[in-house]
Write a protein of this length. Structure first.
Length: 448
């Protein structure tokens, strides 16, 4: 048998007896992802600032369908079929050696950014709840928040999973309250600009960018499901439903806030929260408290990624080195550019999902098994897709090309999908390892 890395040979699939229904796993997980305030905090200005509310709501529906069909379904199905996480099922698309970086270490690197973003948003909400503006206090909050919750992620993530079932729904209650307080002004709202297509495409860009990493991680969620039905229902309610509710109610709230002329003209969702009145300070604290769960989970994913792919470095050392980078990104304000960060995520994981979808189709809609070494079809597809996803950062690219590459996250998926198909047909895929360690009979899972 060919030699394979330890991270592949030591992988143990989740047995059927440990699988759980969609409403206990995939659905609440994805619903919680969308209900985090960072998703909709800056959602309104690039969307309803340019297009009518109806156009933006239709954009949310289309975005939810795209996230489900293109970014989530294949990774989740492969996770369900094999019982293995993303870094294992990804070895078919990128190879056992290529998988170290894509998606192995890359997932960890992007979680550094996510921890920074969540930490920055959480500290900002605590500051708003305290009615403080001190940069020093904000920096202290960020440092304490990220390091303390990072430690919890290493030592007690099982406790976080328990409270997540409760914390996930706190934002939903507050979203409904903010919507109710501002609904009276919705009919009076008019967008500042009248560029319907721009607003629609911005919805796709933000939602896809926000979701891309979670879509690829569908393998990690799907491996806990027992059937195709669980994968589909968990995605429909968690992703499509989550997009519409967690995206729709906040932009309606911001529109209502602006239509009411209830305060300073701002498209930031925090302005709509502040307009609630006496409850606003408490709500800022509760939104921050609900951010504890995504901070812990992102820290845990980063920790797992680095400890799995770099086993010679102690887990605590690699994790706290990553958390230090997160602190620096948050304290310096780099993490405040939410839309820009979402675009980078889409550029990074869009082509991963695209290449995986192409490999899934070529393999007869199942996992072929790990491929030895580097799968150049996957790696080249990712590189081309990544470049397609960052047009604004490519020097010398004509402005017309940059404007045409919108939504770039969607085009990066398409590029990864098509390039992989072409290169795989051209013979750039290495052979599949026979009888890989940890393999299981997937047929019972497909027919349950």
């Amino acid at each position: 048998m060919e030699q394979v890395p330890q991270y592949v040979s030591r992988s143990v699939p989740v047995p059927l007896r440990n699988r759980v229904p969609w409403y206990k796993s995939t659905f609440p997980t994805y619903a919680g992802i969308f209900l985090w305030v960072g998703f909709y905090l800056k959602l309104a200005e690039p969307t309803i600032g340019y297009a009518s509310i109806s156009i933006c709501l239709s954009g949310l529906l289309v975005a939810g369908l795209l996230c489900f069909g293109l970014y989530y379904f294949v990774p989740a199905t492969l996770g369900m079929q094999t019982g293995n996480p993303l870094y294992i099922v990804g070895t078919s698309t990128f190879g056992t050696t290529g998988g170290y970086l894509i998606p192995g270490l890359m997932m960890g690197f992007l979680q550094i950014g996510w921890v920074a973003v969540v930490g920055a948003v959480s500290a900002d909400f605590i500051m708003k709840g305290l009615n403080q503006t001190s940069k020093t206090l904000s920096s202290i909050l960020i440092i304490v928040w990220i390091y303390s919750l990072g430690w919890v992620a290493i030592k007690g993530i099982h406790y976080v999973a328990r409270v997540a079932k409760f914390f996930n729904w706190i934002p939903l209650i507050m979203i409904i309250i903010v919507f109710y307080a501002n609904k009276g002004g919705i009919e009076n709202y008019q967008p500042s600009h009248h560029q319907g297509m721009t607003g629609f495409l911005n919805v796709l860009t933000i939602v896809i960018g926000y979701f891309a990493t979670a879509g690829a991680a569908g393998a990690d969620f799907g491996m806990n499901n027992a059937s195709r039905k669980d994968v589909i229902l968990g995605g429909v309610f968690g992703i499509i439903g989550g997009t519409l509710i967690a995206g729709g109610l906040p932009i309606l709230s911001v529109a209502g806030y602006l239509g009411r002329n209830a305060g300073p003209q701002s498209y930031d969702y925090s302005a709509a929260i502040a307009s609630v009145g006496a409850l606003a300070s408490i709500m800022f604290f509760l939104f921050a408290a609900a951010s504890m769960v995504p901070t812990c989970f992102s820290s845990f994913i980063a920790s797992n990624s680095f400890s799995t792919m770099l086993p010679k470095i102690p887990r605590t050392v690699s994790t706290f080195a990553a958390l230090t980078v997160s602190v620096l990104l948050a304290v310096t304000g780099v993490a405040n550019n939410l839309v820009g960060f979402f675009s980078l995520v889409a550029a990074s994981f869009g082509p991963i999902c695209g290449a995986m979808a192409a490999d899934y189709i070529l393999s007869g809609r199942k996992w072929s098994g790990p491929r030895l070494g580097i799968n150049w079809a996957g790696c080249i597809a990712w590189l081309v897709g990544f470049l397609v996803g960052i047009p604004e950062h490519l020097p010398g690219l004509p402005a017309a090309w940059v404007n045409a590459d919108n939504p770039s996250g969607l085009f990066s998926f398409i590029a990864g999908f098509l390039i992989y198909l072409v290169l795989a047909k051209a013979g750039l895929r290495p052979s599949v390892i026979k009888e890989p360690a940890g393999a299981i009979d997937v047929q019972p899972l497909q027919t349950r």
